[in-house]
Ligand binder design. Structure first.
Ligand SMILES: Cc1cc2nc3c(=O)[nH]c(=O)nc-3n(C[C@H](O)[C@H](O)[C@H](O)COP(=O)(O)O)c2cc1C
Length: 358
């Protein structure tokens, strides 16, 4: 085993090493209770993945402010009332030998007032989404909410958190060039990235020296120009604030969407950046042992597996035992039941994901 192979442990400047290069991608699974508290189904789904050998197990997007809720059955992290469930979940993942991370999220203009019970807020006034612009003081409060949720995660026993800065949710909305706020959080690149930096500094200042902090960014699909995603990635990688950067590429093997950057594959735009001691992960259609090996050969330190983790709680065990291992889909419902996918998640997969549930 050498560093960079799928089976090699991954060490970090802070916090525990991961047993291998496979992480569960954050997956919204709609399985928590309507009030945001942990359910047995959500617990079973994630703990089973830790038992299946994933070096790191990340939760679904968990909202840090009440107004951030975007999904029914979303696991909440915005108040101490959620501590008992979070503590049980972190303990279950840890006891199974996994490193446990809570993904911190705010839906922003993609939140749902009918679920949260409070108005939708966003960087800018957005009548189409019935969203109003946050005041500057409210932006500061959101930053504080991310920090408070990270502290809560640490108290609950999670080894770390990942800040969800991808996929068009609030942090990503702030990054978007469409964010033309007149205060220090909008307009220039420096201003639009300010929220990310303040969240990372806030979390670092409030959590212990071994707390593992990651950030998820996406360079395509969410209105972020590739050059800006790359510039932010370059800065955070060498900032010393992060333990890992998780690049959500949707397809780790694709060309760039923007023609001007097709001199390299999308992944190469990020694996080629200096990263100091920060680790780099990639996600997107990694559905086989050769896929994972290819990403690591290309320069990633680890892979995040979404569909593969749903199909096989022990995807890492299978991929490490068989260098030719590949996902087979669709699968019948009974298969998912055996894999500890609860009824709410299974229904969601069957109705939203093509060729997944037979
Ligand atoms: C059902 C579903 C739920 C997801 N939930 C989240 C989420 O909560 N947070 C997040 O950052 N990404 C989320 N994603 C994106 C995944 O983490 C992952 O990046 C994506 O599915 C690509 O990986 P895959 O091709 O291995 O599935 C979700 C994707 C799917 C299909």
């Amino acid at each position: 085993m050498t560093a960079g192979t799928p089976a090699a442990p991954l060490t970090f400047g802070r916090g525990p090493a991961w047993a291998n290069r496979f992480a569960v991608a954050p997956l919204t699974n709609l399985q928590s209770h309507p009030d945001g508290t942990l359910s047995d189904d959500e617990y079973a789904w994630l703990v089973r993945r830790a038992q299946g050998g994933f070096g790191m197990v990340m939760t679904c997007a968990s909202h840090v402010s009440r107004a951030g809720q975007a999904f029914p059955g979303q696991l909440a992290a915005w108040d101490d009332r959620f501590l008992p469930g979070l503590t049980r979940l972190a303990g279950g993942i840890r006891d199974a030998g996994g490193v446990a991370a809570l993904q911190l999220h705010h839906g922003g203009r993609r939140a749902d007032a009918a679920l949260s019970g409070v108005p939708v807020v966003a960087p800018w006034d957005d009548p189409a989404k019935s969203a109003r612009a946050l005041t500057t003081a409210e932006v500061e409060q959101v930053v504080a909410d991310f920090t408070a949720a990270a502290v809560r995660a640490e108290r609950a026993g999670f080894h770390g958190v990942e800040v969800h800065g991808a996929h068009g949710y609030l942090v990503c909305q702030f990054l978007n060039p469409r964010n033309d706020r007149a205060d220090r959080y909008g307009g220039s690149f420096e201003n639009r990235t300010r929220m990310v930096w303040e969240i990372l500094h806030g979390i670092r200042a409030a959590t212990g020296p071994d707390f593992q902090v990651g950030l998820r960014l996406t360079p395509e699909r969410s209105g972020i120009p590739l050059a800006e995603a790359r510039a932010l990635a370059a800065d955070v990688l060498v900032s010393g604030l992060l333990d890992y950067l998780d690049m959500s590429l949707w397809d780790a093997f694709k060309e760039t969407h923007e023609e001007a950057h097709r001199d390299r594959l999308l992944i190469d735009h990020f694996t080629g950046l200096p990263r100091g001691g920060t680790r780099l992960g990639v996600a997107g259609k990694i559905g086989s042992a050769p896929d994972a090996a290819w990403c690591l050969d290309r320069g990633a330190d680890f892979v995040l597996v979404g569909a593969g983790a749903v199909l096989h709680h022990d995807f890492p065990v299978r991929a490490l035992a068989d260098a030719g291992f590949r996902l087979v889909q669709p699968r019948p419902r009974e298969h998912f039941v055996r894999e500890s996918v609860g009824p709410a998640f299974l229904h969601y997969l069957a109705t939203n994901w093509d060729d997944f549930v037979a």
